[in-house]
Design a protein around this ligand. Structure first.
Ligand SMILES: [Zn+2]
Length: 268
């Protein structure tokens, strides 16, 4: 009788131990899943390229010839660069995943129609993700720009859609109230149309002074200036609201490949 009693106690002890072990394992798994992000502070060489339209670059410096764009994409491939999405970049910077060797991010501002008709097919060919910052107030109403169906199609196929305000005014030169509306209303408009969260913002004409914290308060993850540099100085979480971009324009002052050797800022 006593032996059976002891066996029973022992069995229930091991059962309890087992339940406890399973519980601890589940706790560890849950904790890993909700690992708080840890922003890696420092100075990084991460080229974030800024394009506008593709087409006749002799007509406007904001266009570059499609064949030049294709050559640039090929150069990135041939030279071991990894074109990553915006989400992947911030997962890397926040310590959630490891960034690949030689990361590059591609962005387009203004939602020009050639983003969809010319750039998108080329990007697809290379399997490169890119981020398109659209102006919500003219999307679908200006024939020179993409419509919502086109934007939606790109979003569905791995492209990221960000906000470039409602009306493309320089926020640094506007009063706070209207500037705030441009930041908040564009986010909501794009989200309503696409059904996905809009996490990234691009300042029209690079006007970010005294407006970066408004962008943060509106719930964006990061925002981009036209400060021409491939160096990202992240001294605090607020630095994510004024990240540099190297604008690739038709009148690029240096050969494309030299962008990636730049260490110093070219402009302010
Ligand atoms: Zn713009």
């Amino acid at each position: 009788m006593a032996q059976r009693f002891r066996d029973l106690i022992q069995t229930s002890f091991f059962l309890r131990l087992l339940v406890l072990a399973v519980f601890i394992i589940l706790l560890i798994v849950a904790a890993q899943g909700s690992k708080p992000s840890k922003l890696a502070l420092g100075e990084y060489s991460i080229p974030i390229l800024g394009y506008h339209g593709l087409g006749d670059q002799s007509a406007t410096a904001y266009y570059i010839y499609p064949e030049n764009f294709t050559k640039q994409m090929q150069w990135l491939k041939d030279n071991g660069y990894h074109v990553i999405s915006m989400d992947k970049l911030f997962d890397g910077l926040n310590g959630k995943t490891k960034l690949p060797f030689k990361p590059v991010v591609i962005t387009f501002d203004d939602g020009n129609i050639t983003n969809y008709t010319i750039a998108y097919p080329i990007l697809k060919k290379f399997h490169y993700p890119a981020t398109f910052f659209v102006i919500s107030g003219v999307t679908g109403s200006d024939p020179d720009r993409m419509n919502w169906e086109q934007v939606k199609e790109m979003a569905k196929h791995g492209m990221t859609i960000g906000s470039h305000t409602v009306n493309h005014d320089n926020l640094a030169k506007m009063k706070l109230g209207p500037a705030r509306a441009e930041i908040i209303d564009s986010k909501k408009a794009i989200e309503d149309k696409l059904g996905v969260e809009v996490k990234y913002f691009s300042y029209p004409n690079g006007g970010y002074k005294n407006r970066d914290m408004e962008v943060k308060d509106a719930g964006y993850v990061a925002a981009f200036t036209t400060h021409r540099s491939i160096t990202q100085k992240i001294i605090s979480p607020d630095s994510l609201y004024a990240l540099s971009r190297y604008e690739v324009l038709g009148d690029l002052p240096i050969p494309f490949e030299e962008i990636f050797q730049q260490k110093l800022d070219l402009s302010n």
